[in-house]
Design a protein. Structure first.
Length: 212
């Protein structure tokens, strides 16, 4: 029986190695490396403050859950705390939905990071501006509340008057042709009556002349 040559032995050995590699590639699970994602609010908040990204900061401020807000603020360093306070002051000067979103963040930031804010000299000017803004808004609150009360008192009366004025009223339609026909009829009747009186008077005069 002929023995396999050296070339055949090497080729068979290579085939075995290839089969082992293929089987290992099949049996071993693929290792997937996930890239880190900024899916937590405090990471997004730090990125927005570091990059001064106004749009990303607004996206963070739309969060209304106070527990999430408190946790995110607690993880900020003192420098980012002052940056956030400054950004919130600028948003508080505006009105509308932005102000509504900024208010809970301002309250939680001041309550939770008061010591960190007061320890930095640069925050004194920001706090002074925030105080003046609050005072100016409070000064107009009384007149705004009085105006709101007056409007609440007037609107029901206006609505009641509108309902009364909107009731169905009878519509009277006058036909000018019928009025003219009635006027002509009255005129004809008056003419006929006058003619009868004239005829009677003439006949009376004729009788008197005949007697004479």
């Amino acid at each position: 029986m002929d023995e396999p040559t050296m070339e055949e032995k090497l080729s068979s050995l290579g085939m075995l190695n290839d089969e082992r590699l293929d089987s290992r590639a099949i049996t071993e699970p693929a290792v997937t490396v996930e890239l880190p994602r900024a899916d937590s609010l405090h990471i997004l908040l730090r990125q927005a403050l570091h990059a001064e990204d106004h749009a990303l900061l607004l996206e963070c401020l739309y969060t209304r859950d106070e527990k999430v807000i408190a946790k995110s603020i607690a993880l900020l360093n003192p420098a980012n705390v002052v940056k956030l306070l400054k950004c919130l002051l600028l948003m508080a000067e505006s009105r509308g939905a932005v102000l509504v979103c900024a208010l809970p963040w301002i309250r939680i930031l001041l309550c939770q990071q008061a010591s960190s804010i007061m320890s930095q000299e640069s925050s004194i000017r920001i706090l002074n501006s925030l105080y003046q803004l609050i005072v100016s808004r409070i000064s107009t609150f009384g007149s705004a509340l009085q105006l709101s009360s007056s409007l609440d008192h007037l609107f029901p009366r206006i609505a009641d008057e509108a309902d009364d004025g909107g009731a169905d009223q009878p519509i009277i339609y006058e036909n000018s042709d019928s009025e003219e026909s009635e006027d002509s009829k009255v005129t004809d009747e008056g003419s006929e009556g006058l003619s009868d009186v004239t005829d009677a008077h003439d006949s009376g005069l004729s009788d008197e002349d005949g007697r004479h």
